[in-house]
Design a protein around this ligand. Sequence first.
Ligand code: 15L
Length: 268
Amino acid sequence: MTARILITGAAGIVGTLMRTRLAAPDRTLRLLDIAPLPAAADGERVELVTASVTDQAAMEEACAGVDAVIHLGGHSLERPWAEILDVNINGTHVVLEAARRAGVSRVVLASSNHAVGYYERADGEAGDYLFPKPDTYYGVSKVALEALGSLYASRYGMDVIAVRIGSCFEKPRDARMLSTWLSPDDGARLFEACLSAPSPGFRVVWGVSDNARRWFSLSEAEALGYESADDSEVFAAEVLAGGEPDPGSPAMAYLGGAWCTPEFDTAV
Ligand code: 15L
């Protein structure tokens, strides 16, 4: 059991979903965000830190004494390049460097399907370690995050696992998410596997539930010990009340869905 874990971006959607699910009696979660975090509940073993992932000194302090870092911090949607560069790319470097300096040997990084969003669905199930094909600046930042993780694993012998998360929400929100959904409970199972797998070195795994309509491989995640227990199909009738989706629509044709359409072009 990993005793003390730093979670960056803990006030975000995934961070909030993981806060209760990664809690354990013999574990302390150090939750970090620039946004306000709900106060500790009675008996909840958490430490709350207000800091930016771009602040090297604050991140080193936050890494002191932890056994592992789960780095979820950063913009979770497309933004102008300068913001992506600062928060997502530089922020990931700051976090990895802080972990290294603090002697934290295991870091789990939140990557995304958008690192490979421009692959077409017609190419079949998306395998592990797909070569990058980002669909946005955000996707580029996740490619950079994976590259930085690889560098820190190779150069400093750290264990770094990048999770290409599909869509981690309470429930799938649209037809595409029936394929890309990572249930919150499966997300916690996957993070636990990433925290406990013996000497994984550098890995890139898909973060997805075993959905009947799944687009992404489970192989590398399962090799770490992950076992999905959920399937989005239980929500299919509700999600598809308006009918089955057009497989040729951009939302269904690319792994990254609508992120591959002109609406997501924020080039400035
Ligand atoms: C992501 O990486 C985003 O952070 C999230 O907001 C979702 O849009 C998700 O991907 C997705 O592709 O569904």
